[in-house]
Each structure stands twice: as C-alpha cells, then as structure tokens.
Design a protein around this ligand. Structure first.
Ligand code: BEZ
Length: 239
C-alpha cells in the first residue's frame, strides 16, 4: 500500500498514543535502538531524546522521506519488517501500531531476534484480538466479507510466535483503548488513510460510514474500538 506521508501526519493520535510504548521501552542513553515501522519519525525522535542512538526503519519510501525531512539528524532507512538487518546488534527493537500490518509475523520476529543482542528487548504495541471489531462489522455488511489485511493476534498467539522465534515474553497485556477521531468526517478520513488496503470504492466507503454512524459517532466525534496488544519480550541468550 502506498502511503501519503503528509496526510498521515494529520493523524497525530498514532504517535501521541504511542508515548506509553516508549515508556514501556525505557530507552537509555548510549543504547542502540531500532524503531521498526517508524512512519514519519515522531516516536523515533522521542526515543532519541533519551540519548539512545536510533535507527528508524519503514518499508514506505514516502514515510522515510518525510521522517528525514522532519528529523534530519536521525538515521532512517527503507526496509521491510520481514526482511531487515542492522550492522550492529541492537539493545532493543521498538514498534508501535505497525505489526498488525505484517501478516508474516514469524518472518518479522525472526528479523527482530537477529537484530537483537542476547538479552536485548522487543517492546511493541499493535492491534490485538478484537481490534476495530465494530468497524469491521460495517466493512462486512457492505462488502459481504472482510479482506485479510490486518493481523490482530491474542496474547497466546503472539507469545507463541515470539517464543518460536527465540524470544521470551516478560510482559503482555491486551486492553480496550477506544480511540477518538475528531469531527464529522473522522471515519471517512480514517478509512481513506488506513483503509486503502481494503480496496473500497467511494460508494462503499460512504455506505460504511453511514452504517457505522449510529454505533460509533458520539458527541460530534467518532470513537473507534481499538484493542491494543502490548508486549515486552527478551532475546534468549541460548536462542
Ligand atoms: C490500529 O492501530 O489498530 C490500526 C491502524 C490502522 C489500521 C488498522 C488498525
């Protein structure tokens, strides 16, 4: 999917709500940290404020161009989450709101494990089991099916994949985080920005918005039923 990086930056809730994931990462001065799926770089810069060296990776050339323009001092690289390498083992890999786009989770976890030092940590947040359920009901009603675009695993599913990949889960939680998208056009904007991969026509998008209004539009804003999976896992010394 091709991203419009300037439009993406209008959806600042993505990195504002990701601040808690940076706290969970607890970056330290002098560490080498990879931000996997860094988008336009706002959380990469936030991590760099700790004094850590950060490499931001994203598969979208448009996002990396925007990230470089936003934060010229940071090292940003174009690479896929399922096929990236770093020259030096990292202390940590961080990822916010990206891994639900990666259907080959095993390949991504294998790259993460290879990028980490033994004992290095992987701190992530992604959509978890049940994420955007109401929104997907609307998609199903209009398209008659939900295209397989996103992967929203349970704690057990993702933990099993991490363990198979040589990582040990130290912390995992799945929680509801209703997410407010401001204004009358909020759902239409969200679907245009993030729903591109669903392949909706303008008519289908309009129909989904119309159907979801009674379920998701509250006091002038749209509330999307996000459910977040947060995990901290550590690369096993023997794995
Ligand atoms: C999410 O952050 O949960 C999400 C974002 C875009 C598309 C699907 C899910």
């Amino acid at each position: 999917m091709k991203w419009d990086a300037q439009q993406y930056q209008k959806h600042s809730f993505v990195w504002q709500l990701g601040e808690g994931v940076v706290e969970m990462l607890a970056p330290q001065a002098g560490e080498l940290i990879v931000d996997l799926g860094c988008g336009s770089g706002q959380l990469t810069a936030r991590i760099a404020e700790s004094g850590a060296r950060v490499i931001g990776i994203d598969r979208s050339t448009e996002m990396i161009a925007q990230a470089r323009a936003n934060f010229p001092a940071i090292d940003f690289r174009v690479a896929d989450a399922t096929d990236f390498r770093v020259d030096e083992p990292a202390d940590a890999v961080f990822s916010n709101a990206v891994l639900h786009w990666v259907r080959d989770a095993g390949a991504a976890i294998s790259c993460v494990a290879s990028a980490l030092k033994p004992g290095g940590r992987f701190a992530l947040e992604m959509g978890g089991r049940g994420n955007t359920r109401t929104l997907l009901e609307g998609v199903r009603e209009v398209l008659g099916r939900v295209p397989e675009v996103w992967f929203y695993p349970s704690i057990a599913e993702y933990s099993a994949l991490l363990e198979q990949g040589g990582l040990e889960v130290r912390f995992a939680t799945l929680f509801d985080r209703p997410t407010v998208i401001e204004g009358e056009n909020g759902m239409d904007d969200w679907l245009k920005m993030f729903g591109g991969a669903l392949g909706l026509s303008d008519r289908e998008r309009g129909e989904i918005v119309r159907r979801l209004r009674g379920r998701m539009f509250r006091d002038g804003n749209w509330v999307i039923d996000y459910r977040r999976l947060r995990v901290v896992a550590v690369r096993r010394a023997d794995g």
